[in-house]
Ligand binder design. Structure first.
Ligand SMILES: Nc1nc2c(c(=O)[nH]1)N[C@H]1C(S)=C(S)[C@@H](COP(=O)(O)O)O[C@H]1N2
Ligand SMILES: [Mo]
Length: 411
């Protein structure tokens, strides 16, 4: 169902969140058969989390925080396929003042600043822009932060602050061309409908360099997996920055400003900065390094059908599978090691949905008769970058990356 094809008034004002919505009490509405808690595998804990179904348009989600909502995708969702369903796609907001409904008849996207012509476009006008579609992974900069050692503050995610979807919308370049970017433009800043809770706190805004903004790949999406975006994922419109961490993927996007000077706003200058070092890695306690705004993603891979607690039979053939992505390019190979990284064997890769998508991998190994089955997994992307053997570390808990390891029990 598309937004534009709803001219009748009763549907034009969509009540997307009910009164008990984001700000309401968390009702315990679990079906009797459901386990209302999830155990994350975080070093040293605490790793018990409530599984909640209390958020609008969302199925069972791991509750990381209520206000603003931080909801993590349960790990079994990633085992079902490379597309993350909208109702279990992770949610992350910085400020709790999020509109609980958006009037699609009144919604306007503004393009202003260093342009020839200021634009104020309705959703109907935006839907008439040349349409593009792309599959891309949306991954929080702090995905897997809870696995950092030593631990760092911030949302204590396991690996579920990521998701993959087919995004439908239009090119940012086409929109900027329509406004006419003036010579001397250096950056484009994006702002959404959400607001800070207290006066004077910095409104959430992110920018891209003008060349990146005009690359033709950055898009504005009004459909996610063929449906309207859930409100908590940015209805009615969000930015898609393929291959870059999702801090740039501004939700409920309603304001675009072309800048003729670098963006000095808090969310670019102070927050979301990483050490300008290989893998954004420093030693705990280290100071004096240069920082840069977080940017492109790096390759990662995950087991989805086994974890440390999994038990297999002695000598059994053990089917293994999971997902991987290349970061800001495609997956070249996903390899498994059963001998602590001495040798690696290629796994079979599933259907290629595009360079920015999750890719499924699978293989089978034979369990030993006794002891444990220790497995390592690594992804190499099409640029030749491979996951490192040692985990990176930085104080922000950003860009977690390391060869994945699980140890299965034999019994
Ligand atoms: N308007 C707005 N957009 C935003 C944010 C926000 O706080 N406000 N958070 C960003 C961050 S840090 C992340 S991880 C993603 C999360 O996207 P999702 O909630 O759709 O999974 O939204 C990004 N876009
Ligand atoms: Mo994020």
């Amino acid at each position: 169902m598309t937004i534009a094809k709803q001219p009748d008034r009763s549907r034009s004002r969509r009540r997307l969140l009910q009164s008990a919505g984001i700000l309401g009490a968390m009702a315990a509405t679990f079906p009797a058969w459901a386990d209302p808690f999830v155990d994350l595998d975080l070093p040293g804990g605490p790793d018990r989390r409530e599984l909640t179904t209390a958020f609008p348009q969302k199925g069972p989600m791991i509750l990381q925080r209520t206000r603003p909502p931080l909801l993590e995708t349960p790990r079994e969702v990633f085992d079902r396929g490379v597309f993350t369903p909208n109702d279990q796609f992770f949610v992350r907001w910085h400020w709790a003042v999020i509109p609980t409904e958006v009037d699609v008849a009144k919604f306007k996207l503004t393009v202003r600043g260093h342009v020839n012509q200021v634009l104020s476009l309705s959703l109907a006008e935006l839907l008439a822009m040349p349409r593009v579609e792309l599959v891309a992974v949306n991954q929080c900069s702090g995905n897997s932060r809870g696995l950092f050692q030593p631990r760092v503050s911030g949302g204590q995610w396991e690996n579920g602050a990521m998701g993959n979807a087919r995004w439908t919308g239009f090119r940012l370049r086409d929109l900027l061309d329509r406004a006419g970017v003036k010579a001397g433009a250096v950056a484009v800043r994006f702002n959404g409908l959400d607001e800070p809770v207290v006066d004077g706190a910095p409104d959430f805004m992110k920018s891209l360099d003008i060349d990146h903004a005009r690359s033709g790949e950055v898009m504005l999406a009004y459909l996610m997996n063929g449906e309207q975006l859930p409100l908590l994922n940015g209805f009615p419109l969000r930015l898609i920055v393929p291959g870059w961490y999702s801090t740039y993927w501004v939700k409920m996007l309603n304001d675009i400003e072309v800048l003729d000077a670098p963006d000095e706003n808090y969310w670019m200058k102070t927050a979301y900065r990483i050490p300008d070092t290989p893998q954004a890695s420093v030693k705990p306690g280290e100071t004096g390094f240069k920082t840069v705004p977080i940017n492109r993603m790096v390759p990662r891979s995950f087991f989805t059908n086994v974890r440390d607690a999994t038990t297999v039979k002695p000598g059994a053939a053990v089917p293994l599978r999971g997902i991987a992505f290349g970061g800001d390019c495609g997956v070249s190979e996903v390899e498994l090691s059963t001998n602590s990284g001495e040798s690696w064997q290629k796994t079979a890769l599933g259907k290629d949905e595009g360079s920015y998508s999750f890719r499924q991998w699978s293989t089978t190994v034979t369990a030993p008769r006794t002891g444990t089955l220790a497995l390592q997994l690594r992804c190499t992307n099409t640029k030749g970058e491979v996951q490192p053997a040692e985990p990176n570390w930085n104080g922000g808990g950003f860009m977690r990356n390391v060869i994945e390891r699980v140890q299965l029990k034999i019994a």
